[in-house]
Every structure is written in structure tokens, then in C-alpha cells.
Design a protein around this ligand. Structure first.
Ligand SMILES: C[S@@+](CC[C@H](N)C(=O)[O-])C[C@H]1O[C@@H](n2cnc3c(N)ncnc32)[C@H](O)[C@@H]1O
Length: 270
């Protein structure tokens, strides 16, 4: 008998998206299969989906046939809609009585400016809801068999932005001194200064470091190197956004796992 590909769901009560409401929905790191059921439920009810650049077209294809789409993507270095304009647009759509989904990559409240958008909605008396999504910084690790925490390796994990701004960004040497792994979003153009600052904070040049690109999408890749060499390796590999810079011993867990998996495979072949 041919295997069924249909998804059979138990009866779960999922909320109804009302007219004039805006739901901020986390779409996860990319793969449509990593949407939550709540996100799917929201997407299928929306009259209008206001979405980021990173949303996979297969996710948008889950909308009802009459749904309209407004792309407001922010991509580093390219022109994008102004944040205030996006928030105001959500208010206008809600006031027009539309069922609005504001679809964001990952989790709306992790480096997603979701907080600013709900503040504008609240200030304008627009009913809203925020649906969590898998954030790329954690799902991207797991997708590449890197544990975010591992007993004996780390007791914390630091999620940071790689935007340096006029002030040079975070106190990288202080973060280095915590000895805890770092997962740095939006760091493609700042790998060199960040890794130098982490070394200045005392991290060893041979600290395991990786760049995870387009995790969970068909273009997913990982580049593993050391803190001292990752900037050159990234340049040579022409690494592009979306990508995460991951620094710390959790990266080496992958090698340990690979060796064991190879051993198992060799034993199975014997
Ligand atoms: C504006 S932030 C949005 C983060 C999002 N709200 C989240 O929770 O994942 C965009 C950054 O997230 C990271 N990112 C998003 N999707 C990714 C993916 N599939 N693989 C690797 N990094 C990703 C990249 O660092 C990218 O520059």
C-alpha cells in the first residue's frame, strides 16, 4: 500500500483571526515544516499577509487563494520599507477591517522589531496577538547537530546582534570572558571586527567557530573553522546572508557526533 503523505491532525482548538485584527506570526527559520500549527492556522485565515524578505515562497503558498501579499522585507544593504511605515501600514489594514498576518522570519520578538510593531498597534487600539516561532539562532544550531547547551560544555548561550553601529556594538571582550558560546545574528559583514574583539577578550585563536547559512532551507550550509581563520574562510566562500556566526566549543560537538556516526556506519557495514 502506498504511504499516505497527508497530515492527520488531532482536533485542536485554534483561535480565529477576526476582522480588524493583526497577528504577528513567527514563520521559523525557513522550512515550511517548521511552522507551528498556530502559524499555519493564522496564515490560512489571513486576508492580507505583510511579510519579510526571508519568508519561503512555500510558506506564502499556504495562504487562502484570495489572500493578498505585501512584501516589506529588510535585507542588509538593500532598500527596504521604513519600520514606522510598516507599523502604520498594519494599523491602516486593520482599520480597513482586514484580517492581517504580519509574517516574520524566526520569532517575531527575537531581533525582529516585533516589539515596535505591537507598541504601535496598542497605541492605535488595534487588537493583536503574537505567535512565537522557532528562532534561527537556536533552530539553525539544532539543524546542524550543534547543541545549544551541552552539560559539561556550557551553562548559557548568548544570542547577540552583529550590527556594530556607530559605537562598535556590544562589549565583545566582556562577552568573550563569560566563556559561553555566542550565536551572532546579522554578522556577515562584521565577522572580522567581531572575531578580533573576541580574541582581544581572551578567546583562544583555535576556538571552534562556524557560520551557518540559510539553515533549514534547500540552500543550507555550514562552514566550520577557528576564531582566527573564520573571517578569511567566510570571504573565500563568499558567505551571504542570512547567516549566523557561532563561536564556542559547542561547534566541535558536530565532529564528535560525526566520528561516532561514522563508527556506527562502519560497524553496520562490517
Ligand atoms: C532581522 S534578523 C531576524 C531574526 C528572526 N526574528 C529570528 O528569530 O530568527 C535576520 C537574521 O536572522 C538570521 N537568520 C534568519 N534566518 C536564518 C537562517 N535560515 N539561517 C541562518 N540565519 C538566519 C540571520 O543572521 C539574519 O541576518
Amino acid at each position: 500500500m502506498a504511504a499516505s503523505r497527508s497530515l492527520v491532525l488531532p482536533a485542536i482548538d485554534l483561535p480565529e483571526l477576526g476582522r480588524g485584527e493583526v497577528w504577528l506570526v513567527g514563520a521559523g527559520p525557513g522550512a515550511p515544516g517548521l511552522l507551528t500549527l498556530e502559524a499555519l492556522n493564522a496564515i490560512q485565515q489571513a486576508d492580507v499577509i505583510v511579510h519579510d524578505a526571508l519568508i519561503d515562497p512555500r510558506v506564502l503558498a499556504l495562504a487562502k487563494p484570495t489572500a493578498r501579499f505585501e512584501a516589506v522585507g529588510k535585507r542588509g544593504g538593500r532598500p527596504s520599507a521604513d519600520q514606522d511605515d510598516i507599523s502604520e501600514r498594519l494599523v491602516v489594514l486593520a482599520r480597513n477591517g482586514e484580517r492581517v498576518v504580519r509574517l516574520k522570519g524566526g520569532d517575531p520578538f527575537v531581533f525582529g522589531r516585533g516589539g515596535e510593531e505591537v507598541l504601535t498597534l496598542a497605541q492605535n487600539d488595534v487588537a493583536f496577538r503574537v505567535l512565537p516561532g522557532l528562532t534561527a539562532g537556536l533552530a539553525g544550531l539544532t539543524a546542524f547537530s550543534i547543541p545549544a547547551t551541552m552539560r559539561g560544555l556550557n551553562q548559557a548561550i548568548i544570542l547577540a546582534t552583529g550590527h556594530l553601529g556607530a559605537e562598535g556594538g556590544l562589549d565583545w571582550p566582556a562577552l568573550a570572558r563569560t566563556g559561553q558560546p555566542l550565536v551572532i545574528y546579522m554578522a556577515v559583514r562584521t565577522i572580522a571586527p567581531i572575531t578580533e574583539a573576541l580574541r582581544a577578550g581572551g578567546l583562544a585563536p583555535e576556538t571552534a567557530t562556524a557560520i551557518i547559512s540559510a539553515a533549514t532551507t534547500p540552500a543550507a550550509s555550514i562552514l566550520v573553522s577557528t576564531l582566527a581563520e573564520i573571517a578569511d574562510a567566510a570571504e573565500a566562500a563568499a558567505v551571504a546572508a542570512p547567516a549566523l556566526l557561532v563561536v564556542g566549543s559547542i561547534v566541535s560537538f558536530r565532529d564528535t557526533l560525526d566520528q561516532l556516526a561514522t563508527t556506527l556506519q562502519t560497524e553496520a557495514d562490517a
